[in-house]
Write a protein that binds this ligand. Sequence first.
Ligand SMILES: [Cu+2]
Length: 182
Amino acid sequence: MKFSRRTSTLTAAVSATALILSGCSSNEPATTAPESDSLVVREQWVKAADSGMTAAFAELQNTGDSDVHVVGASSPSSSRMELHEMATGADGAMVMRPKDGGFVIPAGGTHVLAAGGDHLMLMDVTSPLTPGSDAEFTLEFEDASTTTFTAQVRDFSGAQENYQPGGMSMNGSATPAPANGG
Ligand SMILES: [Cu+2]
């Protein structure tokens, strides 16, 4: 008798704890919208290339009231993509390199990806991007949501920046051949 009463008391205590815990989780802030809901992509285009590296540009507008973090990009047109920024290399020349933490688009703001600045880098074009055709891109956000957009391929003679892989320190001899991109 005594034993069974203790058991039921224990069970009741466990149930109460479970209720408290589930109560806590329902008290969390209302689920915020995925970052992808806040991002508008416009003026997007990609520089024509037959192979190797090239770059895509766009205006990324954040219509939401919290920052949007772009942490990755992908495209069926390239086996790999990186988020690049321009920086001054050791020799004083501008180089492009992966941007730590990706792109942050402030709440209500617009982040412009343009030649000479931040851009989406196609590291290895897998099928020729010919002027006038379209290419598909996917942006990945910090919360793992994604946005897909279509960019027109354009002829462009600019954006011939050198590539500084991994943001590592470099000297002239370590610099890869000038990349056809960024
Ligand atoms: Cu680049």
